[in-house]
Design a protein around this ligand. Structure first.
Ligand SMILES: Cc1cc2nc3c(=O)[nH]c(=O)nc-3n(C[C@H](O)[C@H](O)[C@H](O)COP(=O)(O)OP(=O)(O)OC[C@H]3O[C@@H](n4cnc5c(N)ncnc54)[C@H](O)[C@@H]3O)c2cc1C
Ligand code: FES
Ligand code: FES
Length: 1346
């Protein structure tokens, strides 16, 4: 056989590459060498799932195909030689027909921006395929799969979605499970409520498990049988087939060539290796390294065995109801490993790779910790020597040198071990722990641990005795996992009691001390003591005899279903304006699911296209004296570095522009903040551009420079502010002195600080600029405001605006981050294209995107509040300092937005001073609910504070301070609306009933009485959100066949704008009253935004662009209807039946103008209006870890008469979950220079499917007629995000219970109720308030009572 060329099948098509750089990833190949663009780059770190594809491998000996999902962003291309790849397009598409997965994702409204959807679809597909391969499951009913409901939800546990809030995705996945009760599935467009189960099943797009797509084409099987591995020399890729060959290859590496051993390459997701090695040695084909062998002494696992296979082998051994001691250990290890990374990572990540990373680079491994506790041994090869040592010794050794190979690991069978070491009167107890922000994994732990103990099986008068124990801890900020030998020694031979446990925990605290990340040091140590307590406490509190095997009753690892358990959606449909109001599927949803929807980076590169990357400053307010690209790693193909010096004559160094000012495209000699754009590197490929930008050495000089302003306090000192135009500055209400004077109580100068939040749109910033004839330029950009990009590009290049054309088709998520912040990205590409006269594109990498994004506005709030003894507030005074960063952006709107939401309660009198501070931090920008989310939170913080001070129910304080319509009028004179439109009191009461608020409050109380280490909290919160409608254009053109093309100012960001617009066009044109008007919906196509075709598009922001775009289209349609009606009437006189197509044909013959445009300019008196909603959330806090699980959230939100309830439901759920991110999870941190350090999926945790409410009920209230609104509809994009504060408040309530208990134990110095819960309420934050030493306090309390 000849050494072969690289061949791969993608969607059953053959691709051959005679040469390829061995560092090429599968994703790079798919996106640049094949027509398939469905795998997307979301993070490049294995952390988001946007790039997931199905990998199929064929074993010619067994004639068997193995299929599994993998991330294509880390998988190196050469490892998939002679494999088959299936992407979402390969499952189905427009031409061959969509797969039922695509259809169900569409029908369950599970795709919004669609950027995550193809990856989700493939993850589900892989789970379906593998469920079918199981042999021990009952046959599912026709049209369903063998997949269990839990597996269906888990299948997408590693895939992130920023838009939907996951609930509809979970439903789409569950709809395939043969186990599912079809009535449990959520709102969809397949059936209507009340249909029989049979009818529901029949209406689901059929899943045909017997005719699933072929994942491995025959031609490739033939090729595999007749060819050998890759030509190593040609590809720089070596695949040794024996240990001997491997040894020779490794030893031969003295030639100075760089070399890398590789298995799954997932380690590159963490260590971001940028260099390309000369040689790659693929360990996957060495049989000894692939071994998984179980014998009586234990499980031997070869180094390249994937984590998924190890789990399978362990579970295989630990099957059945009565497990032996050894099997219990295996089962627990498997369970823990199931939480490592995500399914698609575990499918390629090897056990050896993990342990080598842990040993060599101190990676915070789970595997090292859990295998350390069971005395595992490892086999290492160094040169010709192999040695077997304990895992503990291996971890302690100096980092493994690059030529040593990790061969295998042995996990002992504790059945055999303990039979020798202990008598029959002992039990073996084994448990593993990890405290991580996501219960199902895909998050590194703050600390992990594994404990094994042999304890006497029956309690003597003095208690249970520990005969032997192994306690390991890891991932807590040390180099590697450790065995706490001193604690083990202390406990061995001891009889367990509260005192003994207290002493042991003291030792644990002294031993488990992080070396790095001192900010969470105390938290991590407290986790260690909590876990040890959890493990042993049942022996000191339980009187029960322990039977042989595992002893349960653990507080940390108790099984709460980690994913969504149920959800309800209540929608009141209206048919007044049919098809407006119908919950029709999102326009283009199936295209998004199959991956055929074209985003900017999917547009094929024009010939000669170059790629750009930003070089940004890492320092604030310093002089930049030089930018040099390092030669190593060699940034091949770098063409040019552009900076402010390259702005053409007549142009300006401008990168963004708003009503409030401009922002430079590049820093000039002085950089204003860390993260500011300094230059733009242009290279042949995106990878080289990124490499070059990354290699840039920037010289800074600080001499003679003022110190930067990095805090709002400093900004105050130096009077550094942005001006807020008077018309945007909100008005004070009432007389604050009087309000304070009549108060019975006062809280003075309380302080709150709020941090930032990153948008985390799945598609990062991207643009493509193409120079055109006559000094013109066309720019494709993923932007919420192409009009502004247009203006800025013209200004920057110094050309008339008529020479510029900006096109945006769809945006892969924006959330405000692709408004102002998208402009410099498009402008930089335009500048480079203009200067080099070649097309230039950019897809900003996640890290750079996060560093430059700016995010939400952090702020500091000081408030004083006066109130009566019954909780009625009489006056609120606020001083608010907003950190706007280096440039104005849209920051001057912040006071208005903030107060708009804060005024949701009747404060009596309200006075405030809001300053928008100009600092040397990255420029902050709009993010979904900008200012409103903070305002709403501040209001709740004040309410909670008042309730705590008075020791009364916080719900009572909320109730008593809700607005009446007359107080509403006082606070919102410009937007109050009619009394009937003030639906909040109605919503408030309705929600109490629908969520069983009072009954559940009692249950929570009961729960808290009965549970020591878990406390629950409930909270009901109202929101009020003011929005403004802005002028928006629309254009409707009827083509000669009767099809309709619609253009609108609004951009489709995933929010369903196009769908609503389509419905409106069909409704409005329908008034011409042809016989087939109901078919019009299918004839309407909304097309991309093109700034020369439709001008004055404005910003797509502020929740109202859908309705204003709809209204603009309605006006345009009215013009057309007016033109068509006389003709229609004339024709009607001649014929009794007039069809639309015939009418249009006649209109063309009569030269009627069938294109109409209009600019909808809302009436100033009704531009602003108020939105209402309320939510009840119930949470459970784990007092040992600080973990908060959201048990249930119930929402009622007033959409007026929804234009499309399915779309609005998606907005409500998605916004709420994004709000959970802000309040509970997302820490967008900066270093002391203001440089963002939460710069990827490793450090920035957005909600995932396992962090949303377990029960999630949403009701969309149809509040009827609103004469001044567009077809009586109201906005839904941003306001529901504010409702997530209910989760935060519920968490506070649970913590308060924990603190009451702590006070009783004598472990709390302060008050149980007077505390501030920071945002986000992350695990460390919650735990600290529950007591970092609560376990010790408890043990002391017990001891003191004995
Ligand atoms: C998104 C994500 C989340 C993760 N979460 C977790 C987590 O929660 N807990 C956890 O424990 N781990 C986690 N991991 C780490 C993951 O388990 C490891 O990346 C993986 O096991 C490494 O295996 P690999 O085959 O991909 O190694 P590779 O990336 O191929 O190799 C890793 C390193 O080890 C070297 N190497 C590999 N095999 C050998 C060998 N046999 N001998 C000598 N050197 C070798 C390579 O040269 C390389 O330097 C996560 C990884 C990702 C990408
Ligand atoms: S892009 Fe591959 S996992 Fe995010
Ligand atoms: S639809 Fe999932 S990220 Fe937008």
């Amino acid at each position: 056989m000849v050494a072969a060329t690289f061949v791969v099948a993608v969607n059953r098509r053959r691709f051959e590459l005679p040469t390829v750089s061995p560092s090429t990833t599968l994703l790079e190949f798919l996106r640049s060498h094949t027509p398939f663009k469905s795998p997307k780059l979301g993070c490049g770190e294995g952390g988001c799932g946007a790039c997931v594809v199905l990998l199929s491998k064929y074993d010619p000996v067994l004639n068997k195909v193995e299929d599994f999902s993998v991330n294509s962003c880390l998988t190196l291309l050469c490892t998939v030689n002679r494999c088959s790849i299936t992407t979402s397009e390969g499952l189905g598409n427009t031409i061959d027909g969509f797969h039922s997965i695509h259809q169900r994702f569409s029908g369950f409204h599970a795709s919004q921006c669609g950027f995550c959807t193809p990856g989700m679809c493939v993850s589900l597909f892989s789970a379906l395929l593998n469920a079918e391969k199981t042999t021990d499951r009952v046959e599912p009913p026709a049209g369903f799969s063998k997949l269990t409901v839990a597996e269906a939800e888990n299948s997408i546990a590693g895939n992130l979605c920023r838009c939907t809030g996951y609930r509809p995705i979970a439903d789409a996945c569950k709809s395939f499970s043969g186990e599912v009760d079809i009535e449990d599935l959520g709102f969809n467009s397949f059936w209507i409520k009340g249909e029989s189960k049979e009818a529901m099943v029949d209406s689901l797009p059929r899943y045909d498990r017997d005719n699933e797509v072929c994942t491995f084409p025959e031609f490739l099987k033939d090729e595999i049988r007749s060819s050998s591995g890759l030509d190593s020399e040609r590809y720089g890729w070596y695949s040794p087939a024996t240990i001997e060959e491997l040894r020779r290859l490794v030893e031969a590496n003295d030639s100075g060539q760089s070399m890398k051993l590789v298995v799954g390459n997932t380690g590159a997701g963490y260590y971001k290796e940028l260099e390309c090695y000369d040689r790659y040695i693929d360990l996957n084909f060495v049989p000894e390294l692939n071994v998984v062998r179980m014998d009586v002494t234990g499980l031997n696992v070869g180094a390249v065995v994937t984590i998924a296979r190890v789990i399978e082998a362990l579970k295989e051994k630990a099957r059945g109801e009565h497990m032996s001691r050894g099997e219990v250990v295996f089962e627990r290890i498997a369970k823990h490993m199931d939480k490592i990374a995500s399914g698609f990572i575990r499918n390629t990540a090897s056990i050896g790779g993990n342990l080598v990373m842990a040993q060599r680079k101190y990676f915070p491994s789970d595997i090292a910790t859990i295998l350390l506790a069971v005395d595992s041994t490892v086999n290492i090869m160094s040169g010709s020597r192999t040695e077997i040592i304990t895992l503990e010794d291996f971890l302690k050794r100096a980092p493994l040198d690059p030529t040593s190979v990790f061969l295998s690991i042995k996990i002992p069978n504790w059945e055999a071990v303990t039979k020798v070491s202990a008598g029959s009167d002992t039990v073996l107890v084994f448990e593993t722990y990890r405290a991580a922000p996501r219960p199902l994994g895909n998050a590194l732990p703050h600390l992990n641990a594994a404990f094994l103990a042999e304890v006497s099986s029956s309690k003597t008068t003095s208690g249970f005795t520990v005969h032997h124990c192994c306690l390991s801890f890891g991932a807590y900020g040390t180099k590697h996992a450790i065995r706490a030998r001193n604690v083990e020694e202390f406990l061995t031979g001891k009889t367990l009691s509260a005192d003994v446990l207290r002493e042991a925990i003291k030792l644990v605290r002294a031993t488990v001390v992080p070396e790095e990340d001192i900010t969470t040091s105390a938290y991590r140590s407290s986790l260690a003591s909590g876990f040890v307590f959890d493990f042993f406490s049942s022996f000191i509190v339980s009187d029960t005899e322990i039977s042989d095997g595992f002893m349960g009753n653990h507080h940390c690892n108790y099984e709460m279903p980690p994913v969504l358990s149920s959800a309800k959606q209540m929608l009141n449909l209206s048919t007044d304006y049919d098809p407006v109001g119908k919950p029709i599927m999102k326009s283009g949803a199936a295209l998004q699911a199959s991956g055929e929807a074209v985003y900017v980076d999917d547009i094929p590169s024009p010939t000669n296209c170059l790629h750009g990357a930003f070089i940004y400053s890492t320092k604030p307010l310093v002089r930049v004296t030089g930018i040099n690209l390092k030669t190593k790693p060699r940034p091949d193909g770098v063409s040019v570095v552009l900076s402010f010096k390259d702005i053409p004559k007549g142009g300006e160094n401008v990168g963004a522009k708003t009503l409030f000012g401009t922002e430079p495209l590049f820093a000039d000699d002085i950089t204003q903040c860390a993260g500011q754009r300094l230059a733009f590197v242009v290279a042949d490929t995106q990878k080289y551009a990124d490499l070059a930008a990354n290699s840039a050495d920037v010289d800074y000089e600080r001499e003679d420079m003022e110190p930067p302003i990095l805090s709002v306090e400093e900004a105050i000192k130096r009077s550094s502010f942005f001006e807020v135009p008077p018309f945007l500055y909100p008005k004070q209400v009432g007389d604050i002195s009087k309000g304070m004077a009549i108060a019975d109580h006062k809280i003075t100068s309380a302080q709150i600080k709020l941090g930032s939040q990153y948008h985390f749109y799945m598609e990062t910033q991207t643009a493509l600029a193409v120079p055109d004839e006559d000094n013109c330029i066309v720019v494709y950009t993923s932007s919420q405001c192409p009009q502004f990009s247009h203006t800025v590009i013209a200004k920057c290049l110094g050309i008339p605006e008529s020479n510029v054309r900006v096109i945006t088709r769809r945006v892969g998520g924006g959330f405000g981050g692709k408004a102002v912040k998208s402009i410099p990205v498009a402008t930089a590409c335009a500048l480079a294209a203009h200067k080099l006269q070649r097309p230039v594109r950019i897809y900003v990498n996640r890290k750079t995107d996060m560093i430059m994004a700016g995010g939400r506005h952090p702020m500091k709030i000081i408030y004083s509040v006066g109130f009566k003894s019954d909780g009625k507030i009489t006056a609120l005074q606020l001083d608010i300092l907003i950190d706007a960063g280096m440039s104005a952006d849209v920051s001057p709107i912040m006071p208005y937005n903030l107060l708009g939401a804060l005024k949701k309660y009747d404060w009596g009198a309200l006075a405030f001073d809001v300053k928008v501070c100009k600092t040397n931090n990255p420029s902050r920008t709009a993010m979904r609910g900008p200012g409103e989310v903070q305002g709403s939170y501040i209001a709740e913080a004040v309410i909670e504070h008042v309730a705590s001070t008075l020791s009364i129910q916080v719900d009572h304080v909320r109730n008593i301070n809700l607005h009446t319509h007359s107080s509403l009028d006082l606070f919102y004179a410009d937007s109050v609306g009619e009394p009937v439109e003030y639906t909040l009191p109605f919503i408030w009461d309705k929600l109490a009933v629908s969520s069983s608020f009072n009954r559940r409050t009692d249950l929570v109380e009961e729960f808290n009485k009965c549970n020591r280490w878990r406390k629950r909290g409930m909270s009901r919160v109202p929101i009020l959100h003011q929005v403004s409608v802005r002028p928006t254009p629309g254009k409707v053109s009827i083509l000669s066949d009767g099809s309709v093309v619609v253009e609108v100012g609004g951009i489709e960001l995933g929010q369903g704008l196009w769908t609503k617009v389509k419905q409106m066009a069909a409704f409005a044109l329908g008034s011409v009253q042809c016989d087939d008007s109901e078919d019009l919906l299918d004839k309407v196509r909304v097309v991309q935004s093109d700034t020369v075709s439709l001008i004055q598009g404005g910003f797509t922001a502020g929740s109202t662009t859908s309705e204003s775009s709809c209204q603009a289209v309605r006006l345009s349609c009215h013009i057309l209807v007016e033109r068509l009606t006389p003709l229609k009437q004339k024709l009607q006189e001649q014929m009794c039946s007039i069809k639309w197509e015939m009418l249009i044909e006649q209109a063309y013959l009569q030269a009627l103008n069938l294109s109409a445009s209009s600019l909808y300019a809302p009436d100033v008196t009704s531009m602003q209006y108020l939105n209402y909603g309320a939510a009840v959330s119930e949470v459970e806090v784990n007092l040992l870890t600080g973990e908060t699980r959201i048990l249930q959230s119930d929402i009622i939100y007033d959409c007026g008469q929804s234009l499309n309830p399915a779309v609005d439901l998606g907005q409500i759920e998605g916004a709420f979950v994004q709000g959970i991110g802000f309040f509970m999870l997302e820490e967008y941190l900066e270093n002391s220079d203001g440089l963002v350090v939460s710069d990827g999926t490793w450090t920035y945790k957005i909600p995932s499917i396992d962090t949303i409410p377990k029960q999630f009920n949403v009701e969309i209230l149809n509040s009827g007629q609103h004469s001044k609104r567009v077809l009586s509809s109201k906005a839904s994009g941003e306001p529901p995000l504010l409702l997530a504060v209910s989760v935060h408040c519920a968490t506070r309530a649970a913590i308060q219970e924990a603190r009451k208990q702590l006070l009783q134990w004598g472990g709390l110095d302060g008050s149980a109720s007077m505390f501030h819960l920071a945002v986000p309420a992350t695990m460390p934050v919650v735990k600290e308030l529950c007591g970092l030493e609560n376990v010790e306090s408890y043990l002391e309390w017990i001891a003191s009572r004995n």
